[in-house]
Design a protein around this ligand. Structure first.
Ligand code: ZN
Length: 185
């Protein structure tokens, strides 16, 4: 099955002219929350990650808020493994709500999209400072641009080129870049 088709069907994968939060322009944009609206599609995409991690010894799955939460709980549900989440407080990734990591807990972090990997690594550090042992990163989409030292278990890999305004092919056509999230998308 072409999992990317599920992204397209749910308008989670858009093509056009986008201004990314990094300031770069691109011709594609992925918004996993659009896919995760649909239980059947969410289940199918996450099942691909399940196939890759089902033989790993995992004590707890951790989803960094916001994007990681839905993906993490779907994965935890399919694997029947305890799932918790981290969240930013004053921009610092934190474990709250009485969630605990035990010394030596084997942890799989689950994200929606791994781009730079910055948020995943920040989450890993928080969990390791608490005594956890992060064994890998699961994700719905690996954008294939991160340099993470941990194994990545993705449902789909989706590399797309990003451009500075000066050499953006869409800017050259004279269309205006849309900032995803600035309208209902
Ligand atoms: Zn552009």
């Amino acid at each position: 099955m072409d999992l990317l088709e599920l992204f397209r069907e749910s308008e989670a994968l858009l093509e056009g002219h986008f201004l990314l939060s990094s300031g770069k322009h691109s011709q594609k944009y992925v918004q996993c929350a659009k896919l995760m609206q649909y239980p059947d599609k969410a289940r199918k995409v996450v099942a691909e990650v399940v196939e890759k991690v089902k033989d790993l010894d995992i004590d707890v799955i951790v989803g960094p808020a916001m994007g990681g939460i839905r993906a993490a709980y779907e994965l935890g549900s399919q694997l029947n493994i305890k799932t918790i989440f981290t969240e930013r407080v004053d921009n610092i990734m934190t474990l709250r709500r009485g969630f605990e990591i035990k010394e030596g807990d084997k942890i799989l972090i689950m994200e929606d999209v791994v781009t730079t990997g910055k948020s995943s690594m920040e989450t890993a550090k928080v969990l390791e400072d608490l005594g956890g042992n992060v064994i890998g990163i699961g994700c719905l989409v690996d954008r294939k641009v991160s340099q993470i030292d941990l194994p990545i278990y993705s449902a789909v890999e989706l590399f797309f080129e990003t451009y500075d305004k000066e050499n953006c092919p869409e800017c050259a056509k004279g269309t205006e870049a849309i900032k995803p999230g600035s309208r209902k998308m």
